[in-house]
Design a protein around this ligand. Structure first.
Ligand code: ADP
Length: 185
């Protein structure tokens, strides 16, 4: 039986930006981004899926690091995942923060900066903060995409940035935001 794959693609400055509907632990990339909490303590959503699929070495590394401030990110082993690193990014809890936009952009930017530091060619992001942290998808999607687009317009080690979006509702929110930022030719 054929599986339907929902995907949108743009090329910016030779870098592929892709939106994919799916499960981030099934994607291969140099870095896979986790939607972590500031204690790096594990949780549900993307975090649970990454730790389950990647195995216990990821949590061991998180414990050693101890924590990560909101709007920032840290790198660990990817354990059994098909990646070199997991970047644990801490997005804002939407209702707690007075400047959620700035902190959300900063969490994405911190991952892009880590990718440059490790000279990675590919990175896969989930939709940070839009699950348990309550950030409305229609507001988060343009911030996520704009941060990546502005970054890859400049010289970068990255060749491919993929947003792996769980479910059609999230995928559609990102597709709509991408269409507004970069209309398909
Ligand atoms: P946060 O606490 O930052 O809001 P969550 O993990 O609760 O993070 O949710 C962030 C987004 O990731 C939501 O859109 C959620 O549906 C999605 N998500 C959950 N599991 C996965 C997965 N395995 N792969 C990709 N996205 C996922």
């Amino acid at each position: 039986m054929a599986m339907e794959v929902f995907m949108s693609i743009r090329t910016i400055n030779g870098v592929t930006l892709a939106l994919l509907q799916g499960n981030i632990v099934e994607v291969q990339a140099d870095a896979i981004v986790n939607a972590a909490n500031s204690g790096l303590a594990g949780g549900g959503g993307v975090d649970g899926a990454i730790h389950r699929a990647g195995g216990p070495t990821i949590m061991e590394a998180c414990r050693k690091i101890g924590g990560c401030p909101t709007g920032s990110a840290v790198a660990t082993t990817a354990g059994q995942l098909k990646a070199q690193h997991v970047f644990h990014a801490v997005g804002p809890i939407y209702r707690y923060e007075s400047e959620p936009q700035r902190l959300l952009a900063s969490a994405y930017q911190a991952c892009l900066d880590l990718a440059e530091q490790y000279q990675h060619q590919s990175i896969a992001f989930p939709s940070l903060s839009t699950g348990a942290y309550g950030y409305p998808e229609r507001l988060a999607a343009p911030i996520a995409l704009r941060t990546v687009i502005e970054h890859i317009k400049k010289p970068t080690s990255l060749r491919q940035v993929t947003f792996v979006l769980f479910g059609s509702k999230t995928f559609n929110a990102y597709e709509q935001a991408l269409q507004q930022l970069l209309p398909a030719p």
